[in-house]
Design a protein around this ligand. Structure first.
Ligand SMILES: CC(C)(O)CC(=O)SCCNC(=O)CCNC(=O)[C@H](O)C(C)(C)COP(=O)(O)OP(=O)(O)OC[C@H]1O[C@@H](n2cnc3c(N)ncnc32)[C@H](O)[C@@H]1OP(=O)(O)O
Length: 260
């Protein structure tokens, strides 16, 4: 296990998984621009590393992230926001090709909830609290929340959360389809790393294509998405991992996939 502390983020290697931990406890991991740069750089480095098959992004027990850094944003004016295209950098996280898991304990509010939703799946601790409270600050979500939350939980629940600013607990988040699983708070990291390791043990190119196919459902219409999926599926019949996976099934043995 190697580890590297950048200013606001701790990056560790755990087997075939990169663990990225937000590290601004004094501000409940509020997401300032420096944190954005460091998180995106860490996840992109993991994506480029042939030995890494998945990333886990987490925060502290009290807060995954309590939102964008209000103190950093408060004094900006319209033209400064527009010129800097404030928050655009976070979109780079959604372009990485290996699966990224958000392991959420405590608060995931505003930009924190939006950051979790940029990941491919969210595993929540029982103490997790999600919300889009921007309306209480006189703004609306600005890191994709109104779009990704609506796709994840549907219009009714998204309107409720965005218009009232209320928080939901892990159980409601799971019922709503926002999170994949809820686990005991004390075992969150262990569970998230185990899921990540399971994903990393699969064929890496196949996991990347599976991610791309599911994401296409978010971004295109049904007919286009189904054709895209079928074309990816066909292309896998040119890979050793398809041959290995199907041979292993017939020979009643575990498959040994290429993870590079
Ligand atoms: C990205 C967009 C465009 O979508 C917008 C956003 O994300 S806007 C931000 C949305 N988030 C919020 O509105 C949540 C703000 N935080 C809180 O409401 C509370 O901190 C809390 C309910 C999460 C926790 O309350 P409590 O336990 O009482 O802790 P605090 O004393 O409030 O906080 C400790 C410390 O952290 C600082 N803090 C917390 N959140 C932020 C933040 N989003 N930005 C900057 N700083 C934050 C808080 O100010 C405290 O520090 P000190 O002031 O004591 O130095």
């Amino acid at each position: 296990m190697s580890s590297d502390l950048v200013e606001n983020v701790l990056v560790e290697r755990r087997g075939r998984v990169t663990l990225v931990t937000l590290n601004r406890p004094e501000a409940l991991n509020a997401l300032n621009l420096a944190t954005m740069t460091e998180v995106v750089a860490a996840v992109r480095a993991a994506d480029a590393d042939p030995g890494v098959g998945a990333v886990v992004l987490t925060g502290s027990a009290k807060a995954f992230a309590a939102g964008a850094d209000i103190k950093e944003m408060a004094s900006q004016d319209h033209l400064q926001m527009y010129r800097a295209d404030w928050f655009r950098g976070w979109e780079d996280l959604t372009r990485v090709r290996i699966p990224v898991i958000a392991a959420v304990s405590g608060y995931a509010l505003g930009g924190g909830c939006e950051l979790a939703m940029m990941c491919d799946l969210i595993i929540a601790a029982e103490n997790a609290k999600f919300g889009q409270p921007e309306i209480n600050l006189g703004v609306i979500p600005g890191m994709g929340g109104s779009q990704r939350l609506t796709r994840a939980v549907g219009k009714a629940k998204a309107m409720d959360l965005v218009l009232t600013g209320r928080m939901i607990d892990a159980a409601e988040a799971e019922r709503s389809g926002l999170v994949s699983r809820v686990v005991p708070t004390e075992s969150l990291l262990e569970e998230a790393l185990a899921v990540a390791e399971t994903i990393a043990s699969k064929s890496k190119p196949v996991a990347m294509m599976a991610k791309e196919a599911v994401n296409t459902a978010f971004e295109t219409g049904l007919a286009q998405g189904v054709v895209f999926e079928r074309r990816l599926f066909h292309s896998l019949f040119g890979t050793p991992d398809q041959m290995e996976g199907m041979a292993a099934f017939q020979e009643k043995r575990p498959a040994e996939f290429n993870q590079g």
